[in-house]
Design a protein around this ligand. Structure first.
Ligand code: XIL
Length: 324
């Protein structure tokens, strides 16, 4: 190790937020998880608890328990919270399937949801992923229940409603558009149009799940800069780096470290606002339990291993920050 200082301390000196997306269980049950999180990171993103499904067990009730566990821990440890996410097409309430709703009712429901959730955390959450993954894989707008009810206005509406109840930075967040490509072109056009219409949007989140490929760092830098030129903040919001199990390289931990290093350099060089990884330690990675993924990937995508020991990827990020 080149330094005794934590990731969090080094990043703060460079004006970069370093976050981890986490769930409530390991926070409640594992002291190592609490220790590493609070020592090494200065931001948290609740992975699931603020999504609509977990938050809305029935049409008229909210369950804030898991979200509060994470938010309270963050504030007690001088960390910021990224609220994730107000509008998405996945992890929706199961009762939606039998909900007899009109378009107007869907609109009211979303507005009330945003008022209630973003309003409740007004003093605690200073960044929100307002809309997640609105652009589909064919680069058109995804046809979600929100789109069906309101057309593309649902996006502008969501940002405007959030802006009415919170001073938080309001982000659009997506995957696949990290580098300059057709998807990021579509996201760029969408956000440029929203800004043109004075929709209150502050930033764009690039998820960066580097699982199926590792997008070219130079192209990511170019992409970040074009969003910054629109006046938007940019953050890496859910980074993890892994390899197909059936096609694993001989040295996955070294390749992984190289990519984390390159992305850290991109963040520093472009002045991106934050870098969040999709978990503290490998054992809690979503790749281990997400229904479409088990056995597809090695399952070791993060900075700390199953036993909370720092990996080469951690050393790479720390060295990059320390020497910048
Ligand atoms: C994942 C969470 O990490 C898991 O806990 C959950 O079971 C599934 O969702 N894109 C997103 C995230 O925006 O919300 C997803 O997170 C990963 C893909």
């Amino acid at each position: 190790m080149t330094t005794d200082r934590s990731l969090r301390e080094l990043a703060a000196e460079r004006g970069l937020t370093v976050g981890a997306m986490i769930g409530p269980d390991s926070l409640r049950t594992e002291s190592d998880h609490r220790r590493v999180l609070a020592t090494e990171f200065d931001a948290v993103t609740p992975g699931s608890p603020l999504k609509m499904g977990p938050l809305r067990p029935s049409p008229d009730t909210y369950d804030f328990g898991d979200a509060d566990t994470i938010v309270d821990f963050a504030l007690a440890n001088d960390m910021s919270v990224r609220g994730h996410t107000l509008v998405w097409h996945q992890q929706q309430p199961e009762w939606f399937e039998t909900w007899n709703h009109s378009d107007e009712r869907v609109r009211e429901f979303l507005r009330d949801h945003i008022y209630t959730v973003a309003g409740r955390y007004r003093k605690k959450i200073d960044t929100w992923d307002v809309v997640n993954e609105a652009v589909a894989d064919d680069d058109s707008l995804r046809e979600t229940m929100w789109y069906d009810a309101m057309g593309e206005d649902y996006i502008a509406n969501a940002f405007r409603w959030a802006d009415e109840v919170t001073h938080a930075d309001l982000y659009y967040n997506d995957y696949g558009g990290e580098a300059v490509n057709e998807k990021s072109d579509a996201i760029y056009d969408l956000l440029a149009d929203l800004l043109e219409r004075d929709v209150p949007i502050d930033g764009v989140g690039l998820q960066l799940h580097a699982l199926f490929d590792r997008p070219d760092p130079e192209s990511i830098a170019e992409n970040i800069e074009r969003f910054q030129d629109l006046g938007l903040d940019v953050e890496i919001t859910e980074m993890d780096v892994d390899f197909y199990e059936h096609d694993a390289p001989d040295d996955p931990l070294e390749l992984q470290a190289d990519y984390y290093r390159e992305i850290t350099e991109v963040c520093l060089e472009t002045g991106c606002d934050g870098m969040t990884v999709a978990g503290v330690n490998d054992a809690t990675s979503w790749l281990r339990y997400y229904e479409n993924f088990p056995e597809l990937f090695i399952g070791d995508p993060l900075l700390f291993d199953d036993w909370y020991e720092p990996k080469p990827a951690y050393e790479a990020v720390v060295e990059t920050l320390d020497s910048y």
